[in-house]
Design a binder for this molecule. Structure first.
Ligand SMILES: Nc1nc2c([nH]c(=O)n2[C@H]2C[C@H](O)[C@@H](COP(=O)(O)OP(=O)(O)OP(=O)(O)O)O2)c(=O)[nH]1
Ligand SMILES: [Mg+2]
Length: 314
């Protein structure tokens, strides 16, 4: 097995919310493709030190603050890379192609129009995901449920998991169609906490698999243009989710929750250790709210998911 190249690179975001990309010279590995600026760690360096040096050398900016975004282990035919991707939204200087390479600031929506190396796929997916994710609450009263969903969308929720275990399949489908209308109007995405076949009946944006359902599949059970979210509570489930090429996972319970009394919480340290080697964006779930988003992201998570914190009261 060839040695793993450890690379630090950054998603640099400016005040307009645009992201910096650079074009790799035609002659180097992955040449001609676009990349996030960065490079290999020198033997004496930490990832953060390499990041600061590479951004200075390649695009002429000085990093003011950087937080871990995602780590990706990827096997190219000729080498293994570990991409240590950081998020940089404070820096000094004007970015330019210091090595003569093309650089551009592009909006996150435009990133899909550029060709990146294969290893970058999870970064691009992570950039399209928000830092908080609503799981819907009590489904008994349809009118209340829809009003709460509407209110949550108005408060800026852009990703929703419809979790309505109280409903039978026909009721679930009818409710999902109404929910989908609301999420579409709000430009938000709706995931069904249901078996993947339901996507043929309701044109939702994806599926959330319960940890129990995870073991039913040996390959990704939803098409690549839909989202796959997986519920995880341990390393084995995280590994299955990665093998199923999940777009995101929830990892829970990070803190004790009223909905799962008696279940031992993982705590933040464990959350961070468990996702350390995971190339899938991970949401911390369980007893958390908006105030925890920074912490979750600082530890390499995508953000926070929750029912109570994001499901409004009427
Ligand atoms: N910087 C960067 N490298 C990436 C990305 N995606 C990806 O697969 N890689 C791979 C390509 C390379 O094999 C490796 C990065 O090496 P590099 O060529 O940028 O290293 P470097 O800046 O230290 O370059 P050099 O000093 O060797 O010229 O990681 C990405 O988004 N950014
Ligand atoms: Mg480089």
């Amino acid at each position: 097995m060839p040695k793993t190249l450890h690379v630090a690179a950054a998603v640099v975001t400016n005040d307009q919310g645009n992201v910096l990309i650079a074009r790799r010279p035609a002659t180097v590995d992955q040449g001609g493709l676009w990349e996030f600026p960065g490079g290999k760690l020198a033997p004496y360096e930490t990832a953060r030190q390499a990041l600061v040096r590479e951004l200075h050398e390649e695009v002429g900016i000085e990093v003011v603050s950087a937080t871990p975004l995602i780590r990706i282990h990827h096997q190219y035919p000729e080498k293994n890379v570990l991409l240590d991707i950081w998020s940089v939204d404070q820096f000094d200087g004007e970015a330019y192609g210091k090595e003569g390479q093309a650089v551009r600031w592009v909006s996150p929506d435009e990133l899909s129009q550029y060709s990146f190396p294969e290893a970058n796929k999870p970064i691009l997916k992570a950039l399209g995901l928000p830092d908080h994710y609503l799981v819907t609450g009590d489904a008994d009263n349809e009118d209340d449920w829809l009003s709460k969903l509407q209110k949550a969308l108005e408060s800026g929720i852009s990703l929703v998991q419809m979790r309505c275990h109280e409903l039978d399949e026909a009721e679930f489908i009818a409710r999902a169609e109404k929910a989908l209308k609301l999420t579409r109007e709000a430009n938000a995405r709706l995931l069904l906490n249901a078996e993947p076949g339901l996507l043929d009946k309701v044109g939702a944006d994806g599926i959330h698999l319960t940890s129990e359902r995870l073991s039913y599949y040996s390959q990704r059970p939803v098409p690549s243009d839909k989202l796959l979210s997986c519920a995880c509570h341990n390393i084995a489930e995280l590994n299955i989710s990665a093998a199923l090429q999940a777009d995101m996972v929830t990892l829970s319970p990070v803190e004790p929750t009223a909905s799962h009394p008696g279940v031992e919480a993982l705590g933040w340290q464990k959350f961070s250790e468990m996702i350390e080697k995971l190339s899938v964006p991970a949401y911390a779930l369980g007893g958390l709210g908006r105030a925890d988003i920074r912490r979750a992201r600082g530890l390499g998570g995508q953000g926070v998911a929750g029912i109570r914190a994001f499901w409004p009261q009427l």
